[in-house]
Design a protein around this ligand. Sequence first.
Ligand SMILES: C[S@@+](CC[C@H](N)C(=O)[O-])C[C@H]1O[C@@H](n2cnc3c(N)ncnc32)[C@H](O)[C@@H]1O
Length: 755
Amino acid sequence: MDRHDLTDLPQHFERLQEQKKSLQDAQSRKGQRPALEPRMKTVVRFRLMLLQKAGSVNDSTMHYVGSSFVPSPYPPCETPFSELTKVAIQELVLETQHRGKYLLVRCVTPQDRMTAVLAIVEDEGGDVLLLQLYHQEQAGETLEDILTEGAVLIIKEPYFKATANGGYALRVDHVSDIVFLTADDARVPEAWRWVSGTSTAMAWKAKGNDNFNATKYRAAIEAYTRALDCSPTVEGRTTITLNRSLAYIKTKAFEKALSDVESTTSSAARTEKALFRKAQALYGLQRFRESCEVLKALRLEYPNNNTAKADLDRAIGRLFEQSHGRYDFKKMYAEAARLRPPQLDHATYIGPVAIKDSGISPGGRGMFTTQHVSAGDLLFCEKAFAHAFVDESASGLSRLNTTILIDAMSNRVTIGTEPELTNMVVQKLCRNPSLASIITNLHHGSYEPVEATSVDGVPVVDTFLIRRIIALNSFGSPLNSRESHLGLGSGKKSEFHSSGIWPQASYINHNCLSNARRSFIGDMMIVRASRNLAPDTELTWWYQPPETVPTPYLEHQKPLLRTWGFMCKCAICRDMRDTPKSVIQQREQLRSQFRALIPTRVGSQTRSLVSGRPVGVGALKKADALVKRLNATYKKPASQVPRLAVADLQLVLAREWEERGQLVETARFALGALESFGFVIEGGSLPQRAREQPLMVKEWGLMMDNVIDCWMFLRRSYRVLAPELASAAERFAKVSYRICIGEDDTFEGTLGQTY
Ligand SMILES: C[S@@+](CC[C@H](N)C(=O)[O-])C[C@H]1O[C@@H](n2cnc3c(N)ncnc32)[C@H](O)[C@@H]1O
């Protein structure tokens, strides 16, 4: 949702076709056993490439936009190692996953990092191949090497494939398909054995500490694990376990950190260090209530621990947000401006909503209100499960994670951060497997996931399932919706390179005539009702915004069908489907005539295209007549089928009349625009209103961003002509602002700057 879809741009469409062709070509070689290059050639070429890369200078002013191709899916290995049989590189056949087999290999080069981690590996027969490890870590997460020269590993059910440059490779997409062997593992062949030089628990612990201090957390965890295997003393075991739990916290493996603390003896678990780790791990898992409890116990036993006091205050703050849905939005903006990536320290609040069967199929669930809510009410505010951020205003290396994703399977080309988001989710689930169902329960179309959740004690995460879930459920997001509304951030409004996955929000189905809206501050999504809603109303929003310009029915449906596999049947779409082509053409003509009279403004004044002089009142009157004719092309009332193609022109006229000091006309067009958006308003017309009649919104319409402008025109007009109505107009402006921007704490400041 709100992602850049490039599929219809000719150059990308062509790339999609090329990718399809190359997949077909690869498939035609399926089952072949190719002749491999001589070992020397492969190794030397790879080493040369590493040397060249090391010598090249990165130009940080360049835009780096990589390409990524979605490969054909294959499942992760579900079979325990003991049931697999060994295979040699020579025996591998192309475009095939070797089910029931494993490869034992050793790295013969250092690694390279691209979208995957690469190295050349050999088997016991001395044959070599390029190994491509995907999703082993998040982009930019660590500089620690994953594949080191001499490392021995097992590749379960290896997938052998032809590469785009005519070579061959072992491709590993599923993290659990790789097993790194330690020096004393019986599966390491005699000839490949190495001496680790470390044999006692204390020596391994010291090694772990060194690695920890060098921020090599992966290596630290490995060393602490080896230390624990060396039967340390009870005291030593506690220290090592608690050290390892901190290394787990550093890698966001909160579940493992927690289980380490909980595995210590009951007296050890009450030490300051243990309580501290436990509270941190629980906080990381967003179990704020439990984190508070542990921190309270810590404060009682160690009252001088000031860090614990600060942590307790912080956890209480989260608990309050989680329970009451009250946030300090200004603080959130400040955090989003300061933090890179803007991952905010705030809790998820779930308000009066529930997930239920919605009756649509396939993927039949939806989100419903559990009580009456008013327009502007907070429905929920959700922290992203994972969020891949691109600074839209930055250039060069900081945009390294922007990728053009070519997906031949789902016929789509998108630009953004989907590959990075996939890595983040895969890693988070591998490190915290109990969170898996939050993601795997999300809609995944016809993809059939494997059943196993762990094998050989390691969590199984099906990368292709995660990819599919992200394609169907992720959202593009701006740094914050306020900036994006004001056009302050760069990039096209409502299509963003940053993306995230907000699991609750994913249950909301599409409808152009939506009744809820999402907005963002950093990685927090704020969702509010955009109309007054009765209990048990299904919440809907748009996956792509409704069209302002008259658009043929099928054109509007194309992206919905391509990405999500359905066509919208809302009142606007049905009306478009039933509107004859000639009427759509007539609307286009009337809008062109309007634009010829009142061109899009450049600078502070609207100038005639013909004379270059400011547009005159005569032109405004003619434009008014065109708006009336445009309105007459609609059969259904705007409260049933909003007329976006009329509303934006009415707003143009409201602005023009306001600049000429004609506030009755301003109010008329602002009210007209609101009606075109589907609002039903009483008591707002000037000048002939009954004095006591209040300004009322009988029905809220479609909450497009410029609804706020409509109310602000009215507020200014009423202040002069009907002051008793101004505060009501301001109240509605504020509610609209809250719905579109997410909060109204910045209402005055924002509108003071721009209105
Ligand atoms: C992000 S999920 C929405 C939640 C989903 N209904 C579920 O059960 O998890 C998107 C999928 O929901 C379904 N969907 C959403 N809006 C729809 C609509 N207006 N009509 C039909 N299907 C819709 C489609 O299958 C779409 O791919």
